[in-house]
Design a protein around this ligand. Structure first.
Ligand SMILES: CC(C)(COP(=O)(O)OP(=O)(O)OC[C@H]1O[C@@H](n2cnc3c(N)ncnc32)[C@H](O)[C@@H]1OP(=O)(O)O)[C@@H](O)C(=O)NCCC(=O)NCCS
Length: 154
């Protein structure tokens, strides 16, 4: 797993994030894609809270990674869809992601600001996104996201 994350991101930071999340975030959910005798891709989800709404069950999607030689073959897409279904089955109302809008919009992610959800100033326009796992699940979700402390410094 560590090798996959380092290869996909070209640095160890995300592999270390996964180790911190596994140790400290509960409950976490992860899916892997396997093939060619090894792990081809992985996606992880961990709880996030919305300031003022601690009871709203939200998950953060991070990190998502596919082995460079197998990128662009639909593995990331399959991992995200399966992960969103698993989060919904586990009772989450929504998922937050910090990433590329062109990629994540295909899964129903919209700019978090359109739900009134913010994080911190200085983010690239639209980079913080949210997806509802049930109709109108985030209709009253306005507030500031608090990621798990394991994300600090990433
Ligand atoms: C981003 C990533 C997970 C996508 O997985 P994948 O299996 O390659 O993607 P899929 O084959 O399912 O989908 C292909 C689409 O992803 C897009 N894509 C591939 N890499 C991308 C990247 N780094 N950023 C944004 N979009 C990317 C392709 O342009 C393609 O878009 P299109 O369908 O509009 O042509 C994978 O490329 C990866 O591991 N990248 C390095 C790590 C990373 O940046 N992770 C995302 C953190 S938010």
């Amino acid at each position: 797993m560590r090798d996959l994350l380092v290869a996909a991101f070209g640095q160890p930071d995300e592999a270390e994030l996964v180790e911190r999340l596994r140790a400290a975030a509960q409950p976490w959910l992860a899916l892997v894609a396997v093939g060619d005798g090894g792990i081809l891709g992985q996606v992880m989800f961990t709880p996030v809270t919305l300031q003022g709404q601690p009871a709203l069950p939200l998950m953060a999607l991070a990190p998502l990674a596919v082995l460079p030689a197998r990128q662009g073959q639909g593995i990331g897409t399959a991992l995200v869809w399966a992960g969103l279904a698993a989060c919904a089955a586990a009772g989450a109302h929504g998922v937050i992601v910090l990433g590329e809008p062109h990629y994540y919009s295909r899964f129903g992610f919209r700019p978090a600001v359109s739900f009134g959800i913010g994080w911190r100033p200085g983010l690239p326009e639209g980079a913080l996104m949210a997806a509802e796992l049930q109709p109108a699940a985030l209709a009253d979700a306005a507030g500031t996201i608090r990621f798990h402390p394991a994300f600090d410094g990433l």
